[in-house]
Design a protein around this ligand. Structure first.
Ligand code: NAP
Length: 266
């Protein structure tokens, strides 16, 4: 049996939390990727894992995809912990992340999960409006409200919020989605003013059209001519800037909105 002394000599330290004693290896940084089972979030999680972060990966219901990402992440010699819950549900979010983040606050949080329910405003149902706002915008409140106090206590951290070009320019057929993504930009800028003095950096990344399941139905032939770089984005195009913003190399970028769109909104 491994004794507490053995664990101590291997670099583990006891940390108390309200209900139990837990072990944590010192100097291991944790990155929480919200919505990391597919698409852009998956690429971000893999990129941060390659940079040495242990990953906490959340998703809603796609267990198979999440398990596959976990296995890929762990090939990099880091750990990956999976959390399945609906970020629109404040209680479920608190239950999944409350205790654990109080005990071991993540250094990095990437708020990436998001959905679309596209429709012209005249036809948009209340349910389509609510689903998108509840997930994309209220989800941000739910996640940050659970984590922020513990992160402030640590006096260090990096937060990246994935918004969208639609939140900057507005997009026909996406009044709900554009509103949620514009809301995220406002929320992140306001939060940047609150937490900067506590050494917590927060920035927003706004992808253009990135090839994932979310965009597979779009009329790509009509969109491509609008992109000066003449190609659609790949999840890795977004992951590389997110990785930079989460790293110590980002020394002075705070409260900013960074477009990753091939020139779509010049
Ligand atoms: P995606 O492939 O559809 O993946 C979405 C991720 O979010 C999945 O991990 C999904 O989990 C999770 N998720 C969705 N709803 C959730 C909920 N209610 N609770 C918890 N997790 C939830 O999307 P993507 O294209 O990679 O987009 C990622 C982010 O980038 C989104 O915020 C999106 O709005 C934004 N974005 C994308 C594009 C683009 O062109 N793709 C452009 C601009 C902005 P499950 O696997 O369990 O469903």
């Amino acid at each position: 049996m491994v004794s507490a002394l053995d664990l101590h000599s291997r670099g583990y330290r006891f940390k108390s939390c309200t209900a139990q004693l837990i072990f944590m290896p010192e100097d291991k940084n944790i990155a929480l990727v919200v919505g990391g089972s597919r698409g852009i979030g998956k690429a971000i999680a893999l990129s941060l894992a390659r940079s040495g972060f242990d990953i906490w990966l959340t998703y809603q219901s796609n267990h198979k995809a999440a398990q596959e990402v976990k296995e890929e992440i762990e090939k990099n010699g880091v750990t990956c912990r999976l959390f399945a819950f609906d970020i629109a549900d404040v209680k479920a979010t608190e239950e999944a992340l409350g205790k654990i983040s109080d005990a071991t606050p993540p250094q990095v949080v990437v708020f990436n999960a998001g959905i679309t329910r596209d429709n012209l405003m005249v036809w948009m149902t209340k349910d389509e409006w609510d689903k998108v706002i509840d997930t994309n915008l209220t989800g941000f409140y739910n996640i940050m409200h659970v984590l922020l106090f513990a992160m402030l206590r640590e006096k260090r951290g990096r937060i990246v919020v994935i918004s969208s070009t639609s939140g900057e320019t507005g997009q026909a057929g996406q009044v709900n989605y554009s509103a949620s993504k514009a809301g995220l930009i406002g929320a992140a800028k306001a939060l940047a003013r609150e937490v900067g003095k506590k050494n917590i950096f927060i920035n927003v990344v706004t992808p253009g059209v990135i090839e994932t399941e979310m965009t597979q139905e779009l009329p790509k032939d009509k969109i491509l001519p609008l992109i000066p770089l003449n190609r659609f984005g790949q999840p890795e195009d977004v992951a590389s800037i997110v990785n930079f913003l989460c790293s110590e190399k980002n020394m002075y970028i705070h409260g900013q909105v960074i477009g990753v769109n091939g020139g779509l909104n010049i």
